[in-house]
Design a protein around this ligand. Structure first.
Ligand code: SAM
Length: 225
């Protein structure tokens, strides 16, 4: 089982995503086909740095040393949130801490597989404003990870992207039917009923080969595509 721990000042933005669909199901014990009981595959917990502040305004940011625009997320509330999440875990080798950052290593399927296989606890720290005090990375020996060469307003969407991709690599998360089909990138285009769609003055039809039911031909068509 893989435990995801998300440190964010906007947990409510993420919860509805992780409670839905495949991720939601993976957090529950449920009956699969043939009444086979499937155990939990993942857990997802949230830690809001505001809950780890000591002032009455629950301040989580401050001005940058050396000047410059914007505010920086303070180290202390994040470090305390990390302690709460995994500080008591004995086997530190089972913990991977990621800081979402546009400067980080680009996240890809290979990393998703690696995280799913190697760790029991994945901590994702979402930044806001001008980013996170650099001492968090040093203190936690965290890795900076980016979801692409663009800048977003916060680390919440990147965290969701990583959780989704990593969870799909955990055996059993995709259920019985799918494993192989759902995991691969679909080759070529996909179609469903009806076989003709009229839009405006045009007709859009499904390629004939897909309607004939000849699996050899279909396979070779898809490979070509
Ligand atoms: N100038 C800041 C910097 O270079 O980090 C921009 C910070 S951005 C407005 C706020 C937060 O969004 C970052 O701290 C990071 O957590 C997240 N973020 C933005 N773009 C990202 C990306 N491509 N991948 C991962 N996280 C990203």
């Amino acid at each position: 089982m893989l435990n995801f721990h998300i440190i964010t000042i906007f947990p409510e933005v993420c919860k509805s995503y992780t409670d839905t669909g495949i991720l939601g199901r993976a957090q529950k014990t449920y009956k699969g086909k043939g009444s086979k009981v499937r155990g939990k595959k993942i857990s997802v917990s949230y830690y809001d740095p505001r809950d780890f502040t000591s002032d009455k305004h629950k301040k989580v940011d401050d001005k940058p040393y050396g000047g410059g625009p914007g505010m920086v997320m303070s180290a202390k509330p994040i470090l305390k949130a990390w302690q709460k999440a995994v500080g008591r875990k004995k086997n530190k080798k089972q913990i991977k801490t990621l800081i979402l950052s546009p400067r980080g290593k680009i996240f890809d399927q290979k990393l998703a597989k690696q995280y799913a296989k190697k760790y029991e606890n994945l901590v994702l720290i979402s930044g806001r404003y001008e980013g996170i005090d650099a001492r968090v990375k040093k203190a936690l020996r965290a890795e900076e990870v980016s979801v692409g060469n663009y800048v977003l307003s916060g680390g919440e969407l990147p965290a969701m992207t990583i959780i989704d991709a990593v969870a799909r690599e955990i055996p059993g998360v995709l259920g019985e039917r799918s494993s192989l089909e759902d995991r691969r990138v679909t080759s070529g285009e996909v179609y469903t009923r009806p076989d003709t769609v009229i839009y405006g003055s045009k007709k859009y039809v499904v390629p004939k080969v897909l309607l004939k039911g000849n699996h050899k031909e279909i396979e070779s068509y898809r490979r070509k595509k």
